[in-house]
Design a protein around this ligand. Structure first.
Ligand SMILES: Cc1ncc(COP(=O)(O)O)c(C=O)c1O
Length: 297
């Protein structure tokens, strides 16, 4: 483990030093991936779109029948503030990625079925956001298709659960292929999303993204971009897209809360559009970063 000296975590209402053990070996999050999580950005101590992230955390937990209790939202808001302060990330120049993880909790017994009265474990962690690698902005990301397919009929498709083995597998696949990230297709052959981001294509004056029935996580950044597009002069379209649509797009980009908007310039080894980050992508990125930096963000 890297040096955690001086770092902290928030766990079940307490700020603890990061280097001491926190979680029971019996925790179902560790044993089974029986949990949910959120990742968000906090600039100047202000968590961006916190209500949206908390609502998605609740939806994911409800989808797994995990009751996170009535005070979760209040506790997490206070917990983020306390943790950012402890980490020295609450000041005007603070720029943090914040992860909230909630598992069903520890259970001494065995088996898949949860105990009658689980006591969820809730953890908040924070990291300083490193500068975006210059390569990612100037050269853009290269994507390769994953062998893992996502199933739009799965009741888990839109939940942000801690069962992330598929995503880890896909990231390793991408690295072996010399790509920066993997792109999932659905079981019926449509574009879905990347391993931790949604995807958008610019096609003329249209800004297209896979619809919610394409086994995607309904991204908070994706929603923001769909709202931004109209005012910026692009027609937002949510639809079924094919890999060939990505290959033929003028521009493409990925989006997520922490990394923001990143250009995609190659897909399966071939350039997208001019093969360089496109003007709409850079405009969208600048608008999103300004939104995150604004006091109302
Ligand atoms: C699989 C996946 N899709 C999309 C996203 C983007 O979601 P958001 O914009 O809410 O960060 C994420 C974020 O972590 C993700 O893990």
């Amino acid at each position: 483990m890297t040096d955690l000296g001086g770092r902290h975590v928030w766990i079940d209402g307490r700020i603890e030093p990061a280097h001491v053990p926190h979680i029971s070996a019996f925790d179902r999050g560790f044993q089974l991936g029986d949990g949910v999580f959120e990742t968000l950005r906090a600039r100047g101590g202000r968590p961006t779109e916190l209500p949206e992230h908390l609502a998605r955390l609740r939806r994911s937990a409800t989808g797994l029948d995990i009751d996170l209790g009535p005070s979760l939202e209040r506790d997490i808001e206070a917990g983020i503030a306390a943790l950012l302060a402890a980490e020295g990330l609450a000041g005007p120049t603070g720029d943090a990625s914040v992860r909230i993880t909630a598992s069903r909790g520890a259970f001494a017994g065995r088996g898949l079925l949860p105990p009658e009265q689980p006591r969820p474990t809730v953890v908040i962690q924070a990291w300083p956001v490193p500068p975006t690698p210059r390569d990612h902005l100037e050269r853009g990301l290269h994507l390769a298709v994953s062998a893992v397919r996502r199933d739009p009929a799965s009741p888990l498709a839109a939940l942000k659960t801690t069962s992330r083995a598929d995503y880890v597998y896909a990231r390793l696949e991408a690295r072996r292929a010399g790509a920066d990230d993997a792109l999932f297709l659905t079981t019926d052959g449509r574009l879905s999303e990347a391993t931790s981001a949604n995807i958008f294509l610019v096609r003329g004056q249209e800004l297209a993204t896979p619809a919610l029935d394409c086994a995607i996580l309904p991204g908070t950044t994706r929603s923001w971009i769909l709202g931004w597009a109209g005012a910026a002069g692009l027609a937002p379209v949510e639809s079924s897209l094919a890999a060939s649509d990505l290959a033929a797009a003028d521009e493409a980009f990925l989006c997520s809360s922490v990394a923001g908007i990143l250009p995609v310039t190659r897909f399966e080894g071939a350039p997208i559009g001019a093969g360089v980050p496109g003007p709409w992508t850079l405009r969208a990125r600048a608008a999103r970063e300004a939104f995150i930096a604004a006091p109302a963000g």
